[in-house]
Design a protein around this ligand. Structure first.
Ligand code: SF4
Length: 253
């Protein structure tokens, strides 16, 4: 039986076992193990931790696909970094864009920048520009590699190394879960990893241009994302179940 055919409970068991194994491995070891499990896709936002993972994949020539969600609202600096990163590490970063019809329908209902008006409108925009392209990026994958770290925010404080993503029916692997920002910066320096120039201008976490601002000294790393919302609501649905993201419209998620 391949992982493709495995049932949910079997994948959950495997994730629990991998979680223990990953703890003892370094980043290269974690990624190498993830690449042996089946078709693996790493989705990068081009943020600094994601650049570390792309570097590790490229330097070790690992069999892990790299994809990004080109939402149509990214900073020009982020778009330039996609090309630069491909050249530096010899990896192809596949771009997944929203469907024009979905974007047009969103704009007709909420307005192009309607995401400032309500959490519902913001989740609807992320659904069109991120979640639907993400589904295409992960179609047929058995492993989803992410750059989530526990110290990024309260929402991410209990991020495991490996978990079963029941909604998408795959193994989600977070090889940087226990890394600090200091470790990330040290790796970037050692390996001369290109990074987004916005990081040096006060943007530790970078998403779409209209939804990201620089943070002040002492603020949490993700405080500049959807800054007009309450902290506990600030996820785009990529890393929380969609049902939970949707319920954020009326609850405090
Ligand atoms: S981050 Fe902002 S612009 Fe980007 S998809 Fe979400 S709501 Fe839309």
């Amino acid at each position: 039986m391949t992982i493709h055919d495995a049932s949910g409970p079997r994948l959950a068991e495997l994730a629990a076992s991998l979680d223990v194994q990953f703890e003892k491995l370094d980043l290269a070891g974690r990624l190498a193990l993830a690449s042996t499990l089946g078709r693996a896709v790493f989705t990068t936002s081009l943020g600094i931790e994601d650049q570390v993972i792309t570097a590790a994949i490229g330097l070790d020539r690992l069999d892990i696909e790299v994809a990004t969600l080109e939402t149509g609202r990214l900073f020009p600096e982020t778009l330039a970094l996609i090309d630069e990163t491909e050249d530096r590490f010899g990896v192809e970063i596949r771009r997944f864009m929203p469907e024009k019809a979905d974007v047009d329908a969103y704009a007709a209902q909420y307005g192009l920048n309607g995401f400032y008006e309500s959490v519902e409108a913001r989740h609807a925009c992320c659904h069109v520009r991120k979640l639907k392209p993400l589904a295409r990026a992960l179609d047929g994958a058995v492993v989803w590699v992410t750059g989530l770290r526990r110290s990024q925010s309260g929402n991410r404080a209990s991020t495991p190394f490996a978990e079963y993503d029941a909604e998408r029916g795959l193994l989600k692997v977070n090889p940087l879960a226990d890394w600090s920002l200091e470790q990330i910066n040290a790796y970037v320096e050692q390996q001369a990893v290109p990074t987004n120039p916005l990081h040096k201008r006060g943007y530790p976490s970078i998403g779409c241009e209209p939804c990201t601002r620089a943070i002040k000294p002492g603020e949490p790393e993700r405080a500049g994302r959807w800054w007009w919302e309450n902290d506990e609501k600030r996820e785009c649905g990529l890393h929380v179940p969609e049902a939970a993201a949707a319920s954020a419209n009326s609850t405090s998620l």
